[in-house]
Design a protein around this ligand. Sequence first.
Ligand code: NIG
Ligand code: FE
Length: 414
Amino acid sequence: MSALLITDIGSLVGTHPKNISVLKGSSMNTLPAINNAWILCEDGLIADFGSMDNLPTNLPTSLTSISAKGGYVFPSWCDSHTHIVFAASREEEFVMKIQGKSYEEIAAAGGGILNSARKLQNETEDHLFESASMRLKDMIKQGTGAVEIKSGYGLTLDSELKMLRVIRRLKEAFKIPIKASFLAAHTYPEDYKNDHNSYIKLIIDKMLPKIADEGLADYIDVFCEKGFFSVDETEKLLEVGAKYGLPPKIHANQLSISGAVQVGVKHHAISVDHLEVTDEDVVRSISSSNTIATLLPSCSLYLGIPFANARGLINADIPVALASDFNPGSTPSGNMNFVVSLGCIKLKMLPEEAINAATLNGAAAMQLSETVGSIAVGKRANLFITRPMSSLAYLPYSFGQSQIEKVVLNGEIC
Ligand code: NIG
Ligand code: FE
């Protein structure tokens, strides 16, 4: 039995009652914490925690004990939206953006998702695994302890399978929970530009059965957007996805009011993600459902598109999650500390709201809140320890700087 005791914790943050699996609206501002605390991890799980005034005496015999020296302990970030399997970076598009080209213009000029898809076709599974592992290691160092990863740069049967098999290998190789989303409906490949039906048919008849057969995906995702997949096309894909037991997590309202949110909600999406463009109907639609609104402020920052209306969503009693969207085109960063800072600075979320959005609600957006996302007995001991901080708000306030001193995964210091 392996055991880790962390003592002298300035504040043990996120001690939500275990039966709370997601925080909606005004409850997002509640972030319970124990000051001057200890936590005991046994066999990879959180075994107990409390105040230093009541440090237990009957501790396991083989125990590693460390002092947090007044630093804070947080549950690891739960990053519920990423695209970290890709063949190459796209900084040439970065330069085009600086010169004033829009996301749509870059895509129309052969850049964008098709650019990544072209580069991925000839890349080996081993190389993709190595480069994605490197990204994931960086994210873990920055405090991420659970992650969702999408396919969607394959766009052919073989390459989508290749991506999903890489994600399966990441699931086996890394100590953190990983969920896979099948996103062949990311854009239309060149050959199907004028024959959408045939591509939809390829996804439905060839890709989905094989993926379901090999158990390669947990969710189905669609980029439902003008110029990408229409509401009707999305609906068709979500219907077939459901037959294979894949609930939707969809790219919705990134560039326009597209009907994506409504079709996602209709099909019981776990989350509708992006939401840079919303109106009252969109907010009403989500608030009448159990769907989580996942916001990706690093994407808004990088693309120069609007920031999502987090306040409007929270005021409508909607659960909001924050995620990185790490991908080579719209968000070349998986730093969740920065995402949380942007949540505060640009989305006007309070520090407590942003931290809840990036932990417990992020976990819920991957159906993982039983296992991660808060400090509760029996959950996985995936945590990070910070430097001593003057207050909770210091973490998002000190944007772009890491306060993380140590990362603990499954009760072991990494
Ligand atoms: O979430 N919008 C769709 N997909 C990604 C961007 C993909 C890319 O540009 O490579 C996103 O922003
Ligand atoms: Fe995305």
